[in-house]
Design a protein. Structure first.
Length: 289
């Protein structure tokens, strides 16, 4: 695992720092007290203790996400996130960007491309997602943990935390962020995928979500900026299926029912993607190191 990432991790059992060691034919991370965590051959380390009750996105959902993101439909979101980070950090800044609920690491990779001095840590509870995230970028590492519990990251180790369509644990994000640092949140707006919400019966976005998100974070962070980013996507039926398959609606409606509803759509489906990118600072002066 990329050594600056290892240096930012802490043992989930005793909170001690971790070092990479050889373990049989593979590798492990070990703390000074001797707690040892194997690095999976796919490159991520499982630092969840206790084991999470919830497995996160399934392999099928992750495959759908990989297909959909690879087609570039959400590139405008990645550009917005990377632009927001670059606007708040000097071009030569160095540090660690942590994405909580990172999925495949698509957005984290965009940040690492924009900020060459940064290392990236992808946290997720889904093994299928982490297999992909650990390879998302050469300066990236990946760890399995439950974002709702203590994160296996040292106090103040991160200069950037990202939460993109993912759970937000404000207390832990605040703990791992350094003094002058940036927290970037991407949330869907009420217009996000609205055409599919109607025609396919997807889960709709709670219109009070933005306020709920802001309220839950404002004790620990001050809002620096918020920008809405929208794009009208033109999707084939296969792409609509991938978009549906990568989200929570995949759990609520039977696949054959979705297939029938998608089959009834026009050949090219116009769908609005609409998100708010909000940046928060731990303090009002924001220059990453
Ligand atoms: C909607 S996906 C977003 C993934 C990525 N941020 C993106 O936008 O491509 C949400 C991700 O959060 C992960 N997740 C959900 N609950 C989690 C938890 N309690 N701890 C860690 N990861 C979690 C899921 O496995 C999934 O990969
Ligand atoms: Zn330990």
């Amino acid at each position: 695992m990329y050594s600056p990432v290892v240096a930012s991790l802490r043992c989930p059992l005793c909170h001690g720092g971790m070092s990479a060691v050889a373990a049989g034919s593979g590798a492990a991370l070990r703390c000074a007290s001797g707690h040892s965590f194997d690095v999976a051959k796919q490159g991520y380390v499982n630092l969840a203790s206790p084991a999470p009750a919830y497995p996160g996105d399934s392999a099928q959902m992750v495959e759908a996400r990989i297909r959909f993101l690879a087609a570039g439909h959400y590139r405008f979101i990645a550009q917005a996130v990377a632009g927001a980070a670059a606007a708040l950090c000097d071009a030569g800044a160095a540090g660690l960007a942590v994405e909580a609920g990172a999925g495949t690491g698509y957005y984290l990779a965009a940040i690492l491309d924009a900020l060459p001095g940064f290392a990236g840590l992808a946290l997720d509870v889904s093994k299928a997602a982490l297999r992909r995230a650990s390879r998302a970028h050469q300066r990236c590492g990946a760890a399995l943990c439950d974002v709702w519990r203590e994160l296996p990251v040292k106090d103040g180790a991160a200069q950037i935390v990202l939460s993109i369509f993912a759970p937000r644990n404000g207390d832990e994000f605040r703990r791992i962020l350094a003094g002058d640092s940036v927290f970037i949140v991407v949330t869907p707006t009420a217009s996000h995928l609205a055409e599919l919400v109607g025609s396919l019966g997807l889960l709709s976005v709670d219109p009070n979500k933005d306020e709920a998100v802001a309220t839950s974070l404002e004790d620990r962070f001050s809002r620096v900026s918020q920008q809405r980013h929208e794009s009208v996507l033109r999707l084939s039926h296969l792409e609509v299926a991938a978009l549906v398959g990568m989200g929570p609606s995949a759990w609520h409606i039977k696949p054959e029912e979705f297939d029938a509803r998608i089959g009834a759509l026009p050949e090219v489906v116009q769908v609005t993607a609409s998100v708010d990118v909000t940046t928060y600072g731990v303090r009002s002066s924001l220059d990453c190191q």
